[in-house]
Ligand binder design. Structure first.
Ligand code: ZN
Length: 292
């Protein structure tokens, strides 16, 4: 059923965050459910929105990979995920039907977060990347004010950084690439090497510099390839005290004063804290409502 509110879902591999509100900056109610198989999870999400009086449009920022080509019959699907039951799942279509045919905006979770952080930056026409460093590494990209899709969507966690000299024996944990950025610097890769999270390593442990080096290389790649003004770093690992400062310092050293953006390139924590993803999903709903 269609209501007056915008609805939003931050769809993650372990939980779905649901929200409703009249606008992206005003969330009036929210609810978190665990991610189980699609039938159960999507039905529970739809039932919660119905219990809120329905929505007039829904925005979904989803874990992936996802299909974002509006011309594809698979648009709105999660595609090749190894997560049991979710491969080729029509998330957008299922929820649109369950909510009475409302318009649905659909993008990656990290593009949604990038959109929200971009809006919060107040810089119209600019550019921004959002990196999340947690159980995996993902990245969303807004260029000239628009989320970047390309022929699919960026997978910034899967670039290959140069190996740190103190880290040459670790094979990396990405099932596809081994020592890509995610395979070297996500939370599970840190635990695989050192047996604890980055925040639990003692302050003088070399792991701090190693992880900061890899993330700084990711930031440098974004500055050098698409000249974003800001790289916003979120996710659980990024909350390690001192990490973002180390990344800033290391990225400056890696660049050695070359890039023409100079000090206009910034690496920062999320302006919206942990609200970037759900706020971005609300923005996707707002856009879908405007286009309908
Ligand atoms: Zn990889």
């Amino acid at each position: 059923m269609a209501g007056d509110m915008l609805g939003a879902i931050e769809a993650g591999g372990t939980k779905f965050v649901l929200a409703v509100g009249p606008s992206p900056d005003r969330i009036l109610a929210r609810h978190t459910i665990p991610t189980r198989d699609p039938a159960v999870t999507l039905a529970e999400a739809a039932a919660w929105f119905a219990g809120q009086g329905g929505v007039r449009a829904l925005g979904i920022g989803s874990f992936g990979p996802v299909e974002l080509d509006p011309a594809s019959p698979q648009w709105g699907h999660i595609t090749t995920t190894p997560k049991p039951g979710w491969a080729n799942c029509d998330v957008a279509g299922h929820l649109a039907r369950a909510l009475g045919g409302v318009p649905v905006g659909f993008d990656t979770d990290v593009n949604a977060a990038a959109l929200a952080e971009y809006a919060a930056s107040g810089k119209a026409g600019g550019s921004l990347a959002y990196l999340t460093i947690g159980t995996g590494i993902g990245g969303g990209l807004v260029l000239d004010g628009k989320p970047v899709h390309g022929i699919a969507h960026p997978e910034l966690g899967h670039i290959y950084p140069r190996r740190h000299p103190l880290d040459e024996d670790f094979a990396g944990i990405c099932p596809h690439h081994g020592d890509c950025l995610e395979g070297l610097a996500c939370g599970p890769a840190i635990i695989a090497r050192w047996g604890c999270s980055l925040s639990d390593l003692r302050a003088d442990h070399p792991g701090h510099a190693i992880i900061a080096d890899y993330i700084a290389q990711g930031c440098h790649t974004l500055f050098a390839s698409v000249a974003v003004a800001e790289v916003v770093i979120g996710g659980g690992v990024a909350q390690t005290p001192g990490l973002v400062e180390r990344v800033v310092e290391r990225a400056r050293a890696l660049d050695a004063g070359y890039l023409p953006g100079g000090t206009r390139h910034a690496i920062i924590r999320p302006r919206l804290g942990t609200e970037s993803g759900i706020t971005g999903a609300m923005m996707l709903a707002e856009s879908a409502a405007a286009e309908a």
